[in-house]
Design a protein around this ligand. Sequence first.
Ligand code: OGA
Ligand code: MN
Length: 291
Amino acid sequence: MTRKDSSVEVIPTGAALGADVAGFDINNFSEEEFADIHQAWLDHLILRIRGQDIDDHAHREFAKRFGPLELSPKTKFTGKPWLPDFPEMSQITNKKVNGEPVGTLGNKDAYWHTDMSYIETPPKASLLHAFEVPPTGGDTHFLNMYEALDQLPKHLRAAIEGESIKHQQVYSSDGSVRRGMEKPESEDPRDWPGAVHPIIRTHPETKRQALFLGRRVKGYIMGMPLDESEALLDELWDFATGNPAWTWSQQWQVGDLIMWDNRCAMHARDGFDDNHIRLMHRTVLLGDKPF
Ligand code: OGA
Ligand code: MN
């Protein structure tokens, strides 16, 4: 609902999640307008701000209104943040300078995931701002995990009630080994490091329950025999990711800023032709311990 002293207009995508924000100036907005944006984000899980004059400063100031930011991981190439003037920002790109990557994630597919669910307090949100996009490919897909839980068959719901997943910390979304990590010798996910979180989590702001799966690779349902954990995870993942009705896909335009709620939405990305550059800046908001 729009208040008298706010000109914010929220235009839902019509899919299970996502909304465009209009009537909003990212460089100059009121408390009331921010309150409308915040509520729209909780209601729609993903917000898109399109066609505005957004630079790194505006991006960071906007992100900070929602809470404190994570520092960007240092790059394994230089040992410094990707963007020294904006240490909270990561560069997500396939671009190389003198043969060295100047950002993460390259040009490959990134399978469905939640950002950094392998830490004790996974981020509550991530924001991605596009500077360069390829002519085709590189779409980002979002999945509503409230819906996936609400529509879970009874036997699956009963099987996960009260259970927790260990979220492995070794591999990142593009399948590479994270900086500072080594691939464990054992293939058994019980031997892999990572945080343990409830499979059904309660969103701390909306109080709604959502399915919280993290990443499929080397996930483990605590306390179960390995074959049972594998079978149940496969069934859960197939169910959650198997229904396009719960998803919405973003086809990027230069200047788009997308913010997703990492507590109740997963995301995935299509690969693209490495002869084209895709370059985005990302900020990540600190989150709480899932419950
Ligand atoms: C991320 C991510 C998707 C994309 O930055 O966490 O998954 O579209 N990015 O680049
Ligand atoms: Mn991600």
